[in-house]
Design a protein around this ligand. Sequence first.
Ligand SMILES: [Mg+2]
Length: 418
Amino acid sequence: MLKREEIFPVFRKTRYVVHVDLDAFFASVEVLLNPELKGKPVVVGGLPHERGVAATCSYEARKYGVHSGMPLRQCYKLCPQAVFVRGNYHLYQAFSEKFFRILREYTPDVEEASLDEAYLEFTRCRHLYPSFSETAREIKRRVEKDLGLSVSVGAASNKILAKLATKKAKPGGFFELQPGEEEEFLRELDISEIPGIGPKAQVMLRLLNVHKIADLWKLPLGTLRSLFGAPSDELYLLSRGIDCRLLEVEGKPESFSRETTFLQDIWDRELLLAHLAYLCDRLASALRREKLYARVVEVKLRYSDFKAVSRRRRLLLPVQETSRIYRVARESFLELWEGSRLALRLVGVKGSELVEARHLSLFEIYSEREERLSQALDRVREKYGFGSVLTVREKMLGEVYPEDRSRGFILKTASLTR
Ligand SMILES: [Mg+2]
Protein backbone atom coordinates (compact mmCIF):
# COMPACT_ATOMS: atom_id res chain seq x y z
CA MET A 1 0.00 0.00 0.00
CA LEU A 2 1.24 3.50 -0.77
CA LYS A 3 2.19 5.66 2.16
CA ARG A 4 0.13 8.81 2.36
CA GLU A 5 3.23 10.95 1.83
CA GLU A 6 3.57 9.37 -1.55
CA ILE A 7 -0.01 10.18 -2.48
CA PHE A 8 -0.48 13.74 -1.25
CA PRO A 9 2.92 15.09 -0.29
CA VAL A 10 2.02 18.70 -0.99
CA PHE A 11 -1.15 18.94 1.02
CA ARG A 12 0.24 17.25 4.05
CA LYS A 13 3.25 19.47 4.35
CA THR A 14 1.72 22.81 3.58
CA ARG A 15 -1.92 23.12 4.57
CA TYR A 16 -3.20 24.46 7.86
CA VAL A 17 -6.94 24.12 8.32
CA VAL A 18 -8.81 25.29 11.39
CA HIS A 19 -12.31 24.11 12.27
CA VAL A 20 -14.32 26.37 14.58
CA ASP A 21 -17.58 25.24 16.14
CA LEU A 22 -19.75 27.04 18.70
CA ASP A 23 -20.79 24.75 21.55
CA ALA A 24 -24.52 23.98 21.86
CA PHE A 25 -25.07 27.17 19.87
CA PHE A 26 -28.81 27.90 20.19
CA ALA A 27 -28.89 26.82 23.82
CA SER A 28 -25.79 28.91 24.62
CA VAL A 29 -27.41 32.01 23.12
CA GLU A 30 -30.50 31.44 25.25
CA VAL A 31 -28.36 31.10 28.38
CA LEU A 32 -26.37 34.19 27.49
CA LEU A 33 -29.53 36.29 27.21
CA ASN A 34 -31.18 34.74 30.21
CA PRO A 35 -28.51 34.06 32.84
CA GLU A 36 -31.07 32.32 35.05
CA LEU A 37 -30.71 29.35 32.72
CA LYS A 38 -27.02 28.99 33.47
CA GLY A 39 -26.12 25.50 34.67
CA LYS A 40 -29.61 24.17 33.86
CA PRO A 41 -30.51 21.65 31.18
CA VAL A 42 -31.91 23.65 28.24
CA VAL A 43 -33.66 22.24 25.17
CA VAL A 44 -34.25 24.57 22.20
CA GLY A 45 -36.80 23.69 19.53
CA GLY A 46 -40.23 23.79 21.14
CA LEU A 47 -42.29 23.08 24.22
CA PRO A 48 -42.44 19.56 25.71
CA HIS A 49 -45.93 18.75 24.39
CA GLU A 50 -45.29 20.08 20.91
CA ARG A 51 -44.53 18.14 17.77
CA GLY A 52 -41.08 18.51 16.37
CA VAL A 53 -37.57 17.81 17.50
CA ALA A 54 -34.90 19.44 19.62
CA ALA A 55 -32.70 21.79 17.61
CA THR A 56 -29.99 22.09 20.27
CA CYS A 57 -29.54 20.87 23.83
CA SER A 58 -27.21 22.36 26.42
CA TYR A 59 -24.43 20.14 27.74
CA GLU A 60 -26.31 19.89 31.04
CA ALA A 61 -29.26 18.40 29.14
CA ARG A 62 -27.07 16.01 27.16
CA LYS A 63 -26.08 14.30 30.41
CA TYR A 64 -29.63 12.93 30.51
CA GLY A 65 -29.29 11.39 27.08
CA VAL A 66 -31.20 14.01 25.11
CA HIS A 67 -29.64 15.23 21.88
CA SER A 68 -30.50 17.39 18.91
CA GLY A 69 -32.88 15.73 16.49
CA MET A 70 -34.71 13.90 19.28
CA PRO A 71 -38.50 14.38 19.44
CA LEU A 72 -39.40 16.94 22.10
CA ARG A 73 -41.73 14.56 23.91
CA GLN A 74 -38.93 12.06 24.29
CA CYS A 75 -36.61 14.79 25.58
CA TYR A 76 -39.23 15.60 28.18
CA LYS A 77 -39.47 11.98 29.26
CA LEU A 78 -35.71 11.72 29.72
CA CYS A 79 -35.27 15.12 31.32
CA PRO A 80 -38.55 16.63 32.61
CA GLN A 81 -36.71 19.30 34.62
CA ALA A 82 -35.16 20.78 31.44
CA VAL A 83 -36.12 24.29 30.44
CA PHE A 84 -37.80 24.07 27.02
CA VAL A 85 -37.48 27.10 24.74
CA ARG A 86 -39.05 27.57 21.32
CA GLY A 87 -36.04 29.51 20.12
CA ASN A 88 -35.62 32.51 17.89
CA TYR A 89 -33.94 31.81 14.60
CA HIS A 90 -33.62 35.50 13.80
CA LEU A 91 -31.58 36.00 16.93
CA TYR A 92 -29.28 33.06 16.21
CA GLN A 93 -28.79 34.38 12.70
CA ALA A 94 -27.59 37.69 14.13
CA PHE A 95 -25.08 35.92 16.36
CA SER A 96 -23.97 33.80 13.44
CA GLU A 97 -23.34 36.85 11.26
CA LYS A 98 -21.19 38.36 13.97
CA PHE A 99 -19.33 35.06 14.33
CA PHE A 100 -18.44 34.96 10.64
CA ARG A 101 -17.48 38.64 10.62
CA ILE A 102 -14.86 37.89 13.28
CA LEU A 103 -13.52 34.88 11.38
CA ARG A 104 -13.20 36.85 8.14
CA GLU A 105 -10.95 39.36 9.86
CA TYR A 106 -8.27 36.66 9.98
CA THR A 107 -8.52 35.09 6.53
CA PRO A 108 -10.70 35.41 3.45
CA ASP A 109 -10.76 31.61 3.17
CA VAL A 110 -13.73 30.83 5.35
CA GLU A 111 -16.19 28.04 4.58
CA GLU A 112 -19.58 28.39 6.25
CA ALA A 113 -20.32 24.78 7.12
CA SER A 114 -23.43 25.80 9.07
CA LEU A 115 -24.71 28.69 11.20
CA ASP A 116 -22.22 27.96 13.96
CA GLU A 117 -19.49 26.00 12.25
CA ALA A 118 -16.69 27.08 9.94
CA TYR A 119 -13.49 25.95 8.31
CA LEU A 120 -10.66 28.45 7.98
CA GLU A 121 -7.51 28.04 5.98
CA PHE A 122 -4.32 30.05 6.33
CA THR A 123 -2.40 28.52 3.46
CA ARG A 124 -2.85 31.59 1.25
CA CYS A 125 -1.92 34.15 3.91
CA ARG A 126 0.89 32.33 5.66
CA HIS A 127 3.20 35.33 5.45
CA LEU A 128 0.84 37.31 7.70
CA TYR A 129 1.05 34.97 10.64
CA PRO A 130 4.27 33.91 12.34
CA SER A 131 2.40 31.11 14.12
CA PHE A 132 -0.81 29.50 12.85
CA SER A 133 -1.24 27.79 16.15
CA GLU A 134 -1.17 31.07 18.06
CA THR A 135 -3.57 32.64 15.54
CA ALA A 136 -6.04 29.78 15.96
CA ARG A 137 -5.95 30.27 19.72
CA GLU A 138 -6.42 34.00 19.30
CA ILE A 139 -9.50 33.44 17.15
CA LYS A 140 -10.93 31.25 19.88
CA ARG A 141 -10.34 33.96 22.49
CA ARG A 142 -11.83 36.65 20.23
CA VAL A 143 -15.02 34.67 19.56
CA GLU A 144 -15.46 33.95 23.25
CA LYS A 145 -14.88 37.55 24.25
CA ASP A 146 -16.92 39.27 21.53
CA LEU A 147 -19.84 36.84 21.40
CA GLY A 148 -19.81 35.64 24.98
CA LEU A 149 -20.26 32.05 23.74
CA SER A 150 -18.17 28.95 24.26
CA VAL A 151 -16.37 27.68 21.17
CA SER A 152 -14.26 24.65 20.30
CA VAL A 153 -11.38 24.81 17.87
CA GLY A 154 -9.48 22.06 16.06
CA ALA A 155 -6.48 22.47 13.80
CA ALA A 156 -4.86 20.01 11.41
CA SER A 157 -3.59 19.61 7.88
CA ASN A 158 -7.01 19.12 6.25
CA LYS A 159 -10.75 19.38 6.75
CA ILE A 160 -11.60 15.99 8.13
CA LEU A 161 -8.74 15.96 10.61
CA ALA A 162 -9.54 19.50 11.74
CA LYS A 163 -13.18 18.56 12.31
CA LEU A 164 -12.25 15.47 14.27
CA ALA A 165 -9.79 17.55 16.29
CA THR A 166 -12.62 19.92 17.24
CA LYS A 167 -14.71 17.01 18.35
CA LYS A 168 -11.91 15.99 20.68
CA ALA A 169 -11.63 19.56 21.95
CA LYS A 170 -15.34 19.84 22.81
CA PRO A 171 -16.66 21.57 24.79
CA GLY A 172 -14.67 24.76 24.91
CA GLY A 173 -11.23 23.39 24.11
CA PHE A 174 -8.46 23.69 21.55
CA PHE A 175 -6.80 20.69 19.96
CA GLU A 176 -4.12 20.75 17.34
CA LEU A 177 -3.15 17.60 15.50
CA GLN A 178 0.52 17.57 14.57
CA PRO A 179 1.71 15.99 11.34
CA GLY A 180 2.72 12.42 12.05
CA GLU A 181 0.11 11.98 14.82
CA GLU A 182 -2.75 11.14 12.46
CA GLU A 183 -2.55 7.39 12.69
CA GLU A 184 -2.57 7.24 16.49
CA PHE A 185 -5.34 9.83 16.61
CA LEU A 186 -7.64 8.03 14.18
CA ARG A 187 -7.00 4.46 15.28
CA GLU A 188 -9.42 4.27 18.21
CA LEU A 189 -12.20 6.49 16.84
CA ASP A 190 -15.58 4.97 16.03
CA ILE A 191 -16.42 4.53 12.33
CA SER A 192 -19.47 6.78 12.78
CA GLU A 193 -17.07 9.73 13.11
CA ILE A 194 -16.28 9.61 9.41
CA PRO A 195 -18.62 11.77 7.38
CA GLY A 196 -20.34 9.67 4.74
CA ILE A 197 -20.75 6.60 6.93
CA GLY A 198 -24.46 6.83 7.63
CA PRO A 199 -26.56 4.52 9.81
CA LYS A 200 -27.03 1.95 7.02
CA ALA A 201 -23.34 1.74 6.21
CA GLN A 202 -22.60 1.44 9.92
CA VAL A 203 -24.86 -1.58 10.25
CA MET A 204 -23.14 -3.27 7.31
CA LEU A 205 -19.67 -2.54 8.62
CA ARG A 206 -20.47 -3.63 12.17
CA LEU A 207 -21.70 -6.95 10.79
CA LEU A 208 -18.20 -7.35 9.38
CA ASN A 209 -16.84 -6.60 12.85
CA VAL A 210 -15.61 -3.20 11.78
CA HIS A 211 -16.19 -0.79 14.66
CA LYS A 212 -13.14 1.38 14.92
CA ILE A 213 -11.39 3.30 12.20
CA ALA A 214 -8.39 0.98 12.55
CA ASP A 215 -10.68 -1.96 11.68
CA LEU A 216 -11.70 -0.15 8.53
CA TRP A 217 -8.07 0.12 7.41
CA LYS A 218 -7.96 -3.66 7.15
CA LEU A 219 -10.70 -3.77 4.50
CA PRO A 220 -9.28 -3.74 0.97
CA LEU A 221 -10.60 -1.05 -1.34
CA GLY A 222 -12.21 -3.75 -3.50
CA THR A 223 -14.31 -4.95 -0.57
CA LEU A 224 -15.41 -1.42 0.22
CA ARG A 225 -16.37 -0.86 -3.41
CA SER A 226 -18.46 -4.00 -3.50
CA LEU A 227 -20.28 -2.76 -0.38
CA PHE A 228 -20.76 0.93 -1.07
CA GLY A 229 -19.96 1.55 -4.73
CA ALA A 230 -18.58 4.85 -5.89
CA PRO A 231 -18.29 6.68 -2.54
CA SER A 232 -15.85 3.98 -1.34
CA ASP A 233 -12.77 5.69 -2.70
CA GLU A 234 -13.38 8.81 -0.67
CA LEU A 235 -14.22 6.72 2.37
CA TYR A 236 -11.00 4.79 1.93
CA LEU A 237 -8.96 7.98 1.91
CA LEU A 238 -10.89 9.84 4.63
CA SER A 239 -10.54 6.91 7.03
CA ARG A 240 -6.76 7.26 6.62
CA GLY A 241 -6.93 10.98 7.33
CA ILE A 242 -6.28 11.84 3.70
CA ASP A 243 -8.54 14.62 2.54
CA CYS A 244 -7.75 16.85 -0.41
CA ARG A 245 -11.10 18.65 -0.41
CA LEU A 246 -10.58 22.37 -0.64
CA LEU A 247 -12.64 24.83 1.35
CA GLU A 248 -15.87 25.86 -0.28
CA VAL A 249 -15.43 29.56 0.07
CA GLU A 250 -18.58 31.42 -0.73
CA GLY A 251 -18.71 33.80 -3.57
CA LYS A 252 -21.99 35.15 -4.83
CA PRO A 253 -24.39 32.28 -5.56
CA GLU A 254 -24.92 31.53 -9.24
CA SER A 255 -28.44 30.23 -8.90
CA PHE A 256 -31.13 29.26 -6.45
CA SER A 257 -33.48 26.36 -6.90
CA ARG A 258 -36.27 24.82 -4.94
CA GLU A 259 -37.68 21.42 -5.81
CA THR A 260 -40.07 18.91 -4.32
CA THR A 261 -40.01 15.16 -4.82
CA PHE A 262 -43.35 13.50 -4.15
CA LEU A 263 -43.68 10.23 -2.34
CA GLN A 264 -46.55 9.33 -4.66
CA ASP A 265 -46.74 10.60 -8.23
CA ILE A 266 -49.21 13.44 -8.76
CA TRP A 267 -51.26 14.20 -11.84
CA ASP A 268 -53.84 16.61 -10.41
CA ARG A 269 -53.28 19.88 -12.27
CA GLU A 270 -54.35 22.21 -9.46
CA LEU A 271 -52.32 20.37 -6.89
CA LEU A 272 -49.24 20.52 -9.10
CA LEU A 273 -49.75 24.25 -9.60
CA ALA A 274 -50.12 24.68 -5.85
CA HIS A 275 -46.78 22.98 -5.37
CA LEU A 276 -45.25 25.15 -8.06
CA ALA A 277 -46.60 28.29 -6.38
CA TYR A 278 -45.13 27.20 -3.08
CA LEU A 279 -41.72 26.60 -4.66
CA CYS A 280 -41.82 29.99 -6.43
CA ASP A 281 -42.61 31.61 -3.12
CA ARG A 282 -39.63 29.90 -1.50
CA LEU A 283 -37.39 30.89 -4.38
CA ALA A 284 -38.54 34.52 -4.22
CA SER A 285 -37.89 34.58 -0.52
CA ALA A 286 -34.33 33.27 -1.02
CA LEU A 287 -33.69 35.91 -3.69
CA ARG A 288 -34.95 38.68 -1.44
CA ARG A 289 -32.76 37.50 1.37
CA GLU A 290 -29.70 37.83 -0.84
CA LYS A 291 -31.01 41.04 -2.45
CA LEU A 292 -30.74 39.42 -5.87
CA TYR A 293 -32.92 39.29 -8.97
CA ALA A 294 -33.08 36.43 -11.46
CA ARG A 295 -32.86 36.97 -15.18
CA VAL A 296 -33.64 33.36 -15.97
CA VAL A 297 -36.47 31.29 -14.54
CA GLU A 298 -36.36 27.57 -15.22
CA VAL A 299 -38.94 24.91 -14.48
CA LYS A 300 -38.04 21.26 -14.16
CA LEU A 301 -40.38 18.28 -14.16
CA ARG A 302 -39.64 14.63 -13.61
CA TYR A 303 -42.18 12.07 -14.79
CA SER A 304 -42.97 8.86 -13.00
CA ASP A 305 -40.59 7.05 -15.38
CA PHE A 306 -37.77 9.32 -14.11
CA LYS A 307 -37.50 11.12 -17.44
CA ALA A 308 -36.85 14.79 -16.77
CA VAL A 309 -37.72 17.83 -18.88
CA SER A 310 -37.07 21.48 -18.28
CA ARG A 311 -37.80 24.85 -19.79
CA ARG A 312 -35.84 28.02 -19.18
CA ARG A 313 -37.00 31.49 -19.94
CA ARG A 314 -34.74 34.51 -20.11
CA LEU A 315 -36.57 37.64 -19.09
CA LEU A 316 -36.19 41.20 -20.22
CA LEU A 317 -36.59 42.40 -16.66
CA PRO A 318 -35.04 40.33 -13.86
CA VAL A 319 -37.53 39.17 -11.25
CA GLN A 320 -37.63 38.75 -7.50
CA GLU A 321 -41.33 38.95 -6.60
CA THR A 322 -43.29 35.77 -5.98
CA SER A 323 -46.13 36.74 -8.29
CA ARG A 324 -43.85 37.49 -11.23
CA ILE A 325 -41.81 34.35 -10.80
CA TYR A 326 -44.96 32.28 -10.54
CA ARG A 327 -46.45 33.82 -13.66
CA VAL A 328 -43.39 32.85 -15.72
CA ALA A 329 -43.00 29.46 -14.09
CA ARG A 330 -46.66 28.59 -14.54
CA GLU A 331 -46.51 29.32 -18.24
CA SER A 332 -43.43 27.13 -18.68
CA PHE A 333 -44.96 24.43 -16.53
CA LEU A 334 -48.15 24.27 -18.57
CA GLU A 335 -46.26 24.23 -21.86
CA LEU A 336 -44.22 21.30 -20.66
CA TRP A 337 -46.94 19.37 -18.93
CA GLU A 338 -50.21 20.00 -20.77
CA GLY A 339 -49.08 17.98 -23.78
CA SER A 340 -48.47 14.80 -21.82
CA ARG A 341 -50.52 15.21 -18.65
CA LEU A 342 -48.50 12.40 -17.15
CA ALA A 343 -48.08 11.95 -13.44
CA LEU A 344 -45.09 13.75 -11.97
CA ARG A 345 -42.69 12.72 -9.26
CA LEU A 346 -40.81 15.99 -9.04
CA VAL A 347 -41.41 19.68 -9.64
CA GLY A 348 -38.65 22.23 -9.40
CA VAL A 349 -38.01 25.87 -10.12
CA LYS A 350 -34.70 27.63 -10.51
CA GLY A 351 -33.62 31.26 -10.77
CA SER A 352 -30.27 31.98 -12.39
CA GLU A 353 -28.21 34.75 -14.02
CA LEU A 354 -28.56 36.63 -10.79
CA VAL A 355 -28.10 40.37 -10.63
CA GLU A 356 -27.96 42.80 -7.75
CA ALA A 357 -30.62 45.43 -7.34
CA ARG A 358 -28.14 48.28 -7.64
CA HIS A 359 -27.45 47.25 -11.21
CA LEU A 360 -31.06 47.78 -12.11
CA SER A 361 -33.39 50.69 -12.11
CA LEU A 362 -36.14 48.41 -10.95
CA PHE A 363 -37.65 50.57 -8.34
CA GLU A 364 -39.17 52.84 -10.91
CA ILE A 365 -40.76 49.86 -12.54
CA TYR A 366 -41.80 47.61 -9.69
CA SER A 367 -44.36 48.71 -7.21
CA GLU A 368 -43.18 49.83 -3.85
CA ARG A 369 -46.32 48.36 -2.35
CA GLU A 370 -45.42 44.82 -3.38
CA GLU A 371 -41.91 45.37 -2.12
CA ARG A 372 -43.17 46.45 1.31
CA LEU A 373 -45.61 43.58 1.42
CA SER A 374 -42.84 41.09 0.66
CA GLN A 375 -40.61 42.53 3.35
CA ALA A 376 -43.37 42.29 5.92
CA LEU A 377 -44.02 38.71 4.81
CA ASP A 378 -40.36 37.81 5.20
CA ARG A 379 -40.30 39.24 8.71
CA VAL A 380 -43.34 37.25 9.80
CA ARG A 381 -41.97 34.06 8.26
CA GLU A 382 -38.56 34.54 9.82
CA LYS A 383 -40.23 34.67 13.18
CA TYR A 384 -43.00 32.10 12.85
CA GLY A 385 -41.77 29.80 10.09
CA PHE A 386 -42.35 29.78 6.36
CA GLY A 387 -45.72 28.05 6.60
CA SER A 388 -47.17 30.75 8.85
CA VAL A 389 -48.32 32.77 5.84
CA LEU A 390 -49.35 31.08 2.63
CA THR A 391 -51.00 32.40 -0.49
CA VAL A 392 -54.46 31.22 -1.49
CA ARG A 393 -52.97 28.79 -3.97
CA GLU A 394 -50.47 27.40 -1.50
CA LYS A 395 -53.21 27.02 1.08
CA MET A 396 -54.54 24.18 -1.01
CA LEU A 397 -51.47 22.22 0.06
CA GLY A 398 -52.48 22.72 3.66
CA GLU A 399 -55.92 21.33 2.87
CA VAL A 400 -54.59 18.32 1.00
CA TYR A 401 -51.97 17.59 3.61
CA PRO A 402 -53.71 18.82 6.76
CA GLU A 403 -51.56 16.94 9.27
CA ASP A 404 -48.10 17.71 8.11
CA ARG A 405 -47.13 18.54 4.57
CA SER A 406 -43.84 16.75 4.84
CA ARG A 407 -45.37 13.40 5.67
CA GLY A 408 -47.18 11.01 3.45
CA PHE A 409 -47.06 12.88 0.18
CA ILE A 410 -43.79 14.70 -0.07
CA LEU A 411 -40.58 12.77 -0.04
CA LYS A 412 -38.38 15.81 0.24
CA THR A 413 -38.18 19.47 -0.56
CA ALA A 414 -34.67 20.53 -1.39
CA SER A 415 -33.01 23.91 -1.62
CA LEU A 416 -30.07 24.00 -3.95
CA THR A 417 -27.63 26.83 -4.34
CA ARG A 418 -24.93 26.82 -6.88
MG1 LIG B 1 -21.93 23.67 17.15
